[in-house]
Ligand binder design. Structure first.
Ligand SMILES: *[C@@H]1O[C@H](CO)[C@@H](O)[C@H](O)[C@H]1NC(C)=O
Ligand SMILES: *[C@@H]1O[C@H](CO)[C@@H](O)[C@H](O)[C@H]1NC(C)=O
Length: 185
């Protein structure tokens, strides 16, 4: 038979445990970005990008972070795609740059629809390996666009900083999605 003091002790232990659990959950909420970014390549960029997104700061699970970073990739690439026609007007007299810009427009279109958009769908079906690959290719298309301009080296391409942004965002997205494949976090 369990004595009363023993029951009291059990109750105290139970409450202490609940308390520890709630502290843990709170810490996890606060540090989710930090903890996630620590596990992937490109910690600095990861913290900068996710830390400046209000949704990410409130996020409580890694899958949510994955959706957010993929959304940031799409928004960023869409903004760049919208910039390309203006550049094409500016460079209308330069056939080589015009051609490179046309290729970039196709690459950005594919990054948005075929890769980042696809990665979001793949998250929905928990196809994390496929989603990671899609995010990887999406970011790499920024680098592909940059390569369209190698003929004018050492001058930078008119899309240099935007291509760099996409490569960084894609890299962070790839890393965050990869965390869903493990149980580390
Ligand atoms: C694109 O990404 C870069 C790097 O994260 C950021 O500085 C920039 O503001 C973003 N642009 C848009 C339109 O989202
Ligand atoms: C187009 O060229 C003008 C004049 O050189 C410049 O002020 C403008 O920023 C350029 N626009 C783009 C989108 O590069």
């Amino acid at each position: 038979m369990i004595s009363l003091s023993c029951l009291a002790l059990l109750l105290v232990l139970f409450l202490a445990n609940q308390c520890a659990v709630s502290v843990l959950v709170q810490e996890k909420e606060i540090d989710l970005i930090e903890k996630s970014c620590e596990l992937i390549d490109g910690y600095e960029e990861c913290v900068t990008v996710l830390g400046s997104d209000p949704r990410a700061k409130k996020s409580t699970d890694v899958k949510e972070l994955a959706y957010i970073i993929l959304d940031l990739c799409i928004v960023n690439a869409t903004d760049t795609l919208g910039e390309i026609p203006k550049l094409q007007e500016n460079y209308s007299k330069n056939g080589q740059i015009g051609e490179a810009l046309s290729s970039c427009a196709m690459e950005y279109q594919r990054a948005i629809n075929d890769y980042f958009g696809e990665a979001i769908k793949q998250l929905g079906t928990s196809s994390y390996q496929e989603a990671q690959y899609s995010a990887h290719i999406g970011g790499a298309l920024g680098t592909s666009c940059e390569q369209e301009f190698y003929f004018q080296a050492p001058a930078a391409s008119p899309l240099w900083s935007r291509n760099h942004d996409l490569a960084v965002l894609g890299h962070v997205a790839e890393g965050i999605v990869s965390l869903l494949r493990s149980n580390e976090i």
